[in-house]
Structures are given as structure tokens and as C-alpha cells.
Design a binder for this molecule. Sequence first.
Ligand code: ADP
Ligand code: ZN
Ligand code: ZN
Length: 821
Amino acid sequence: MTYAEVILPLPLEETYTYRIPPDMEKAVTVGCRVIVHFGKKRYYTAIVAEVHTRAPQSDYATKEIFALLDAAPILRRPQLRFWRWIASYYLCALGDVYKAALPSGLKLESETAVTYNEAFEADGPLRPNEQSVLDAFAGTVRLTVSEIERKTGLRNVMPVVTSLMSRGAVVINEEIKKGFVPKMQTFIRLAPEYQDEKVLHAAFDELRRAKKQETLLMTFLELSHALNPALAREVSKKELLEYSQMAPAVLTGLLSRGIVESYEKEVGRLQVPVSRLRPLSPLTEAQEKAYDEIHEAFKSKDICLLHGVTSSGKTEIYVRMIADALRSGRQALYMLPEIAITTQITERLARLFGDKLVVYHSKFSDNERVEIWNKLLHEGEPLVVLGVRSSLFLPFKNLGLVIVDEEHETSYKQQDPSPRYHARSAATVLANMHGAKTLLGSATPSIDSYFNATNGKYGLVELKTRYGNCLMPEIIPVDVKELKRKKIMKDTLFSPLLIRKMQEALDGGEQVILFQNRRGFAPVMECRHCGWIPHCVHCDVSLTYHKFKNQLVCHYCGYTQYVPYQCPACEGQELRMLGFGTEKVEEEINALFPSARVERLDMDTARTRSAYERILSDYEKGKTNILIGTQMLTKGLDFENVSVVGILNADSLMNFPDFRAHERAFQLMVQVSGRAGRRDKQGTVILQTSQPEHPLIQMVGQLDYKGMVSLQLSERSMFRYPPYYRLIVMVLRSRNETVLRELSEVYARKLEQHLGDRVLGPVTPVITRIQTLYIRQILLKIETSASISPVRELLDQTHKEMQRQYPTFKQLILHYDVDPV
Ligand code: ADP
Ligand code: ZN
Ligand code: ZN
């Protein structure tokens, strides 16, 4: 008898054993998907993790595998090992890792689409359930599993669907190879007779009375470079309309004049359209040196940190390394912290690597993600994958290089749901499993990485000059407390120096960036009389005021309410604003510089990818003079004409109850400062603060990264924080506050018996309640030098004891956050 250990898509610690039916014995292999019965009448798509012949203790209770979904594994060899590492290091369920790793198109779930094969002819009688499932397709060819359940009234149709699938009556999602609809897109080009400059001039005369069509035609020419064969590229209808912000009717007008014409074209979902490839640019002397040093470091180390100031050309070095990997027949992974910034880099890489570039992130559709997965799984040729953290889970073959760009970014850490992994650490482990090298890059490295690079664990390469000998910006701290005391700055967010610098920049045709790390008009409202502050009804957080909609919004759960007319506590009529957000900045700027074109970049204005791209591209082109933004501004953007950056409130960045607050504040301020400066002129940064003598402000002013690190390290070692200690947060949640308070106390004391003063708490976090669940946390500080596995065992053991001894422990939900950020 043979058995399979399978991973279920459920938060279960372990794998489960199923019997392999004799007719499947040869076909079931590690990495295949199977459908199994689990719990009360539910079927799941599970992954085979092991095939063996060890009979389980109670063999009679072992169920059989219901169906096999794949003829060949959908995972490559090291992937399961990687999943296991994540589950074991981040103290989470293997099932959670499985759920995060596979694109949902590969997981048969209730939302999975099932397509009816119209050419199907039954080779024998159908069972009643099968017949009723097929009947559900009357009038349609595509239904989701849950729609089928609703239409047939059957409780669990997954097994029926699978058996129909094996008979060829239906196909599931990604298996729709034949019926696969190629993605078509409409493109716009100049009509043949207008591809001549003179004729085109005449066309513009014709358009003098149709201003919008004229603008649209101009935009088209700008995008397509239609008159310059060397630069010409194809422009889709979608791109043109989004970019020009014109209504489709304007394009229809232009089409009906016959100046442009439209054509359909199949576009691969994977490919970024490029008309011609470009060679790599030659490296500068400094870049060449850094590149050589990285190679040297990789001779003895697997990981290297590239600390290169903003605009030093780190990307040029990355692409060089990627080209090397591809040339030696290996794959490369280029990781970025966020989807938003993939756009700029995608274009850059597409021009260099053409169809060797694959982009992967969660904003892609299921089909697209499955397509990419299969491409890597079946082809395995040298490719470069550009992606966010989830791309770590792709079926790489012969990975040779992993690049973690902007490695200091906290968004590399997954917060929710489990697995709460740090993609930077996980990347180094993945690389190690492939025998690949990892290159971490940043202008402001995380202290954790820098620590490892200076104590010899990683290689360290520094790049201290900007490309084109552009100067680093001059950073001027401005004491706003003093200005307020002297009544020079009254009812304004801007110091006179900042206003003057902005005016000079605008007069000189240069651009300005204003950084305020909060969206909304003013984050908090307060009653003038009694101090009442509106809070979310679900979460213990204050609501943020959004002026545009005149609403109060919870930034944790999205709860919204209108601004009350009076204070509900004291009926006072005066509600005032505390602090200020980007919307308030915009309002004041509009009043101060009425003729400037101003835009705001934050989560509210850049909700969609196209909105984000439009705001940035308008700014890049100089259509906007002043850009106001949150930390979205700080991420890997490259502008050419910015001479002044204003950091409006440094204090709000620094005064944060977190041991990384100063590290993070330094990174944000230095990164946003790095947007200032041009080839021929030094940029200016005005740093408004009420603590100009604060050591951190001084260090930002002098761009003294090393000074910041050494001050932070001395504090971290004193207060037992990373990189000297590893933090593990145990998060306990419950609807029942009393049970939570009592049991978290007992839990902590139990752990203390073994771990002593490494246990802190339980404490109530800053936000004590989210979505009606109360929260308590126990913090563990474990020496980094200590081995983690005994700790893990101890935690498991204590957890089991708690479950055994306290029946009410069932009312608690526990998860761990290892290396929290
Ligand atoms: P970083 O990532 O270090 O901030 P980038 O790689 O984005 O810097 O480079 C900043 C700018 O300088 C980009 O516009 C880039 O095209 C240009 N640049 C850097 N190095 C070179 C080079 N060797 N040849 C041509 N352009 C370069
Ligand atoms: Zn809320
Ligand atoms: Zn009040």
C-alpha cells in the first residue's frame, strides 16, 4: 500500500496522510495536485509533499485520494523545501505557505471557473449528479464552482466537477488550453497617407477648430514617435486615452477624419511591448569599480550589500549582473518592494532584455499569473523575473542571481495574512537553495543588513558618487518652533525660507517636491471644549478627516462616517483639526502659488495604477510644477528637474513609538532628499522641524548614514533589539476581553519559567482592538546567536499545555510574528 502526505490549503501545522488508490499509484508524485476529502464533507485541492509506504497507526481511518489533477508536478524540486523553511522560521502553518505560494488559478476553490466543453460526447451513462452539473451550463459555458453549487443545489460539487473533468466534459481555469482566448488589443497608428510631415501639417490646419482632437493627435505623436523611425513604438488605444485623459469620443472623431486608424493585435499577456532592444549603457568608472568589487565579494560570500547613494546608478549595475547571469544560462530574480514602482523599471528592463523579461505581481489576473507560472515550469530557460515579494514562490530553474532593490523597505515584510515572512530574508534562503548569489541594494540600507555587511557575513560595496557628477543636495534644517514663538510662522505650514526657495525654483522653471507623511486633510479632529476625538467603532484608532468627501475614515478597516455637527460628548460646536495631511498642504499651496500647477500623490489620488502613472508622468514631463506627496514619493523615482524638496514636518516621522522609528525617519528623509538635484545644479532640501539640534536631524543634514547606524546600534544593543536580538511577537486575539487578559497573563508567566527575562508582557498594543477583536501581545527577545529550534519546540509545547489546561483557551486566536517590522 502506498500513501501520500499532502499539504492542505488550511492553517494546519502538518501534512495529512491519504491512501493512493492502486490505479493512481504510478501517477501520484511529489508536487502534484490532488483532490482530497477533509473534515465535514469538504473537498480541497492539496499538494503531494511525499509518497511513502509507511502505514499510519490507524490505517482503517485513512481516506483515499479522490482525484489527481496533474499528470506532472506543478512544483520544481526546491520549492517544497523553501515552503518548509518559511513555515518553520516564521512559525506558521505549511498550509498557509501553500496558499500564499500558488496563484489562485492553480487552486481549485469555490471561485474557480469551470468551462463546459461543447464538443463533449459522453462515452457512457452519466451519473445523476454529473448530469445535473452539466445541466447547470444551460445557456452559458462558464460558471464558477460556487455558481454551480447554487444552480444545482448540490452541497459539494468539486468531486463531480473533477470526474466530469476527467471525462473531458468540462475544463478548469488554466487547463483551458484550446479554448484559451488570446488577448487582443486595439492599437492606433497614422493612416498611411499621413505618415508624411507635410501632409500631417495640413492635417493640423484642418484640426484648428477641433482643439481636443488636435491635442489628442499631438499626444499620439509624442507617445508613438511616429515620424522618427528610430524611436517609433506602437501605441494602444487604452494607453492613448489614459495618457491623454481624453474621452473616447475625441478619438472617434480623429478616426473618422481618417488621420489615424485603428488595428487589432494579439498581445501576449506576459510581454511588455517594445519595438527595439537597446544595448547596455557603458558603466562609469565608479560603477565599473563597484561592479568589480561585487564580483570579488561573491567569490567568498553569497550575499553582498550595495550601498550606493541616490542616483548613483545602482540599477545600471543590477542590469549588468542580470545580463551576466542570463549569459551563463541562469535565471535572475529582480525584486522590488512595491507594485507601484515596477512601472519605471519594467520599461527600462524591457528595452534591455525584451522577451527574456517576465513581470509578476498580484495586480495581474489569475490567468496571467498561471501563464507565467507555467512558462517557468515548462520552459526553464534563462529569464529575468521582475516582481514583488510573491515572486519568490515561482518555479525557478537554475536561479543564479537574486536582486533585492530598495532592500530597506518595510513593505518587504508581509503583515497579514500568514505567512508573515520577510522577503529579503526569504530571498537569501531561496538563493542559497539554488546556489545563487543575492545582491541587496539601497541608498539607505537597513541597519540589519548593514550590520551583517560590516561584521563580515555579507560583502559590502559602496558607491559614493552620483551619476554624471551631480552633487548631493544641500539640506537646511529650519526651526519651526522658534519661528512660531516669534510669530513669524502663524497659521501656515511653510517657513519663509521654504516659500522663498519654492518661489525661486518656480521662477527658474524648476520643480518642487513637498513631503508630508500623511494623507487626508488633517488626520485627527478634536473637540475644542472637552477634547473628544472621533474613534472607529470597530478599531481602537482615531478617524482621519478627509475634506474632499467631508468624511471621517478609519485607515485600518475602512469604516467611514460623516463629520458630526457637534461634539457627541459635550455638544460643543467647535471641532478643530490636529496635525495636517497632504490635502491641507495642497490647499495652502494653491492659495500661496495660485498660478503653479500642483498635484498630490498619495493613496487617495493614486488609487489605481493608471492614476499613479499619470501623476508621475505629468510631473516627469514638467506639466506639474509642485508635487505634494506621502512616502509614495520616496520610492525609487528618478526626476530630472527638481531643485527644491520640502520636508514639512520631520517631527511626525521621528516621534513614533517604535525602536526602528529613527532608522525609518532617516531613510525616508534621505530618500526624499535624494529626489533633489540636477546634472548642473545642486538641489536644496528644507527640513522643517521643532528639534533642529536633535542628533538625527543633524545626521540627515550631513547625510551621515554611518553616524546614524552607530548611534542606533549602541541603543539597540543596550535595549536588546535587532540585530543583536531576534524579536518574536505572539499576538493573542479574542472577542472576550476578560478571558484574553487572564490567559495571556498565564501564558506569559509559563514562558517566563523557561525563557526568563526574554519574555516581555503581555502588553496591550497601541491599537488595542481591530474589527471587534481585542488584542494582547507577548514579546520574546532571543539572542540572535542562539539557535531558534529549541525556542520553537518550547513555544509549541507551551501552546499545547495552554490548550490542555484551559478550556477557554479555545476563545483565543494565536499567531506569531517573527522579525516584526
Ligand atoms: P539609483 O538606482 O542608484 O538611484 P539609477 O540607476 O536610477 O540610480 O540612475 C540614476 C539616473 O542616472 C538614471 O536616469 C540613469 O539612467 C542614469 N545613469 C546612471 N548610470 C548611467 C550610465 N552608466 N549610463 C547612462 N546613464 C546612467
Ligand atoms: Zn476601523
Ligand atoms: Zn466635546
